[in-house]
Design a protein. Sequence first.
Length: 135
Amino acid sequence: MASASASARAASRRSCRSRDIAASQEFFTTHLGYTEQAAADGFASLTRQDAAVDLVLLARGTEILPPDQRDQRASGLILAFTTTGIQDEEKRLQDAGVEITMPLREEPWGERVFQITDPNGLIVQFVEWAAPAGS
């Protein structure tokens, strides 16, 4: 029987369709510390022990999905991770050659944020909470 934490963790998966599974898988394992949990043709399941979300990458057009979903693309999806030491994280990724697609900034409501984008267009956002300006 699975523990409560294992059950809750198993429910925290995000499934994304991708035109190049290998490129996304390499991006997440090389730069974001994920490891391969399972993989097959057109599919990869990635996990990270300290992350709140596992990733499932599915090839666009895969026949395991209903026909009307096979070629859909996510629009407006941002995969966000809460972190501490956000300046160091941005520098680490820059030094590794990852393009920062939205440089670090602080929002008026107290959020410090920057974004990168995986090779297939999935936006990954890093967030750190700070005291709102003027508080």
